[in-house]
Design a binder for this molecule. Structure first.
Ligand code: ZN
Length: 478
């Protein structure tokens, strides 16, 4: 079989997490609300009303555009995209066409072994969402809550080369959207929607062949599965001498299969023209500067910096920068600890992440603050606590909100490392278990671990296990 490569572009719709809709003051997020409860004459397109642009939508879009390294022109325009559909009461959608909020841009997506896939952005603009049509048997139910919800449409160039690369792009985009706090980016809730354009060609050739479009994929795993399936289908078709047609395919998640929908409309069908009811979007230098002051260090840049500044493995840097609050937590803890950053990383990845997962809170809401974490690690370093008591102390700090020092003092947790006390403890264990002592002396060396366990139990975990086993060895060899 000939060697093919896939050529994939992704079209994403991102629901911004503003309080109100894009052109009226209705509540934007209706996930928990009754159908048709967040609507008004503006978003349902009644005659005689005028839309007003929500400033927060423009600000969030500018933030994302800057993070995607796009150019942001001083002026952009809204256009009407005309089509008829029951869930679009106005008969048109307010979008942006030729003079959109941003131009160009890219996202460098980390792949395996330190490589990056440079994914260029073809289009980035703001628009309003349409309503929702729900099919219930023969009936069609319309929910207009989603009409006027602010979206960013962002389309990549066909720069992705496999189903896995497409999935990685979405994973990094979702990370960025949450990092910037512009969207909840929850695919299951439709905050982040992705359609994929897929074609294949002989590896080494440059031409773009006829592509198909996959719609209705609502998880990253589904995107990966649907694209892989479509690449396989097109490869079989080429090998069998068939022509690929420009189908639109619908992903059926329940059956994990693709179905042909309809032949695709072209942009001309939408009869775009300038929106006469809205002013252009003007972003002067002062406003832009004010917005960009909120632009944080980007996740992939922070990831690289963690590897360089703290000598962390890529694996650690990746996890620690998966969320902005977690990365900030880590850096504050490293500063407070003032020692080996990898040691802090281990504690954060093993123990702090478990606390975060169990409590369902963000890193910056933990009662175990990064400074408290650093204190606990230091108590283990200087043998005041053994490591299992240290881990138990994390939980106690999180539950009580008290400082580690206060709890250690209040509960007498400090590790017993006094040689006389340990000798008494070990002697007591040996005296209570004469049969085991005989067996050990007859050659059952495995009992050593059992003796250590008995002594640790007797000390309620507070004895220094290293000293216990030294003392046991000394006394048992007498
Ligand atoms: Zn409204």
């Amino acid at each position: 079989m000939a060697d093919y490569e896939a050529v994939i572009g992704l079209e994403t719709h991102i629901q911004l997490n503003t309080k109100s809709k894009i052109f009226c003051s209705c509540k934007a997020d209706s996930w928990d609300d009754e159908p048709n409860s967040n609507i008004c004459p503006v978003c349902t397109g009644l005659p005689g009303v005028l839309p007003v642009t929500n400033k927060a939508v423009v600000e969030k879009a500018v933030l994302l555009a800057a993070a995607m390294h796009a150019d942001i022109p001083r002026e952009s325009f809204f256009d009407r995209k005309n089509y008829f559909y029951p869930d679009l009461p106005k008969g048109y959608q307010i979008s942006q066409f030729d003079r959109s909020l941003a131009k160009g841009g890219y996202l460098d997506v980390p792949m395996t072994a330190g490589e990056f896939r440079h994914v260029r952005i073809h289009k980035l603009h703001i628009e309003e969402d349409a309503g929702k049509t729900v099919h219930e048997g023969e009936r069609r139910l319309l929910d207009f809550n989603r009409c006027g919800v602010p979206l960013i449409e962002m389309v990549t160039e066909p720069d992705l080369r496999s189903a896995d690369e497409a999935a990685q792009y979405l994973i990094r985009l979702r990370q960025l959207l949450r990092w910037l706090d512009v969207s909840e980016a929850d695919m299951e809730k439709g905050h982040l929607r992705a359609d994929a354009n897929v074609s294949i060609r002989l590896r080494g050739t440059k031409q773009l062949n006829t592509k198909t479009e996959i719609k209705n994929v609502n998880s990253i795993e589904a995107v990966r599965a649907a694209i892989a399936m479509e690449i396989a289908r097109q490869t079989d078709a080429y090998e069998g001498g068939e022509r690929i047609e420009a189908w639109t395919l619908n992903w059926d998640d329940t059956h994990q299969s693709l179905h042909k929908m309809r032949s695709k409309e072209t942009e001309a069908d939408y009869r775009y023209f300038r929106e006469p009811d809205l002013l252009s979007v003007q972003i002067d230098d002062d406003w832009k500067e004010k917005i960009l002051r909120e632009l944080p260090e980007l996740p992939l840049i922070r990831r690289t910096r963690f590897m360089e500044d703290y000598q962390l493995p890529e694996y650690d840097a990746d996890i620690l920068t998966s969320e902005r609050t977690l990365s900030e937590y880590f850096e504050t803890a490293v500063r407070a600890y003032a020692g080996d950053a990898k040691r802090v990383s281990n504690w954060v990845m093993n123990d702090v992440l478990r606390l975060i997962n169990e409590s369902g809170t963000a890193a910056n809401s933990l009662r175990l603050t990064p400074v408290f974490l650093a204190e606990i690690i230091k108590l283990v370093d200087n043998s005041t606590l053994n490591s299992s008591t240290g881990k138990a102390l994390l939980e106690k700090v999180e539950q009580s909100g008290k400082s580690p020092a206060e709890i250690v003092k209040g509960e007498g947790l400090a590790q017993v490392s006094d040689a006389d006390a340990i000798r008494d403890l070990v002697q007591a264990v040996l005296a209570e278990n004469p049969d085991e002592v005989i067996k050990f002396k007859e050659g059952n060396q495995q009992l050593m671990g059992w003796f250590v366990g008995q002594a640790m139990g007797k000390s309620r975990g507070q004895a220094d296990p290293k000293l216990v086993s030294q003392m046991l060895r000394a006394l048992l060899s007498d």
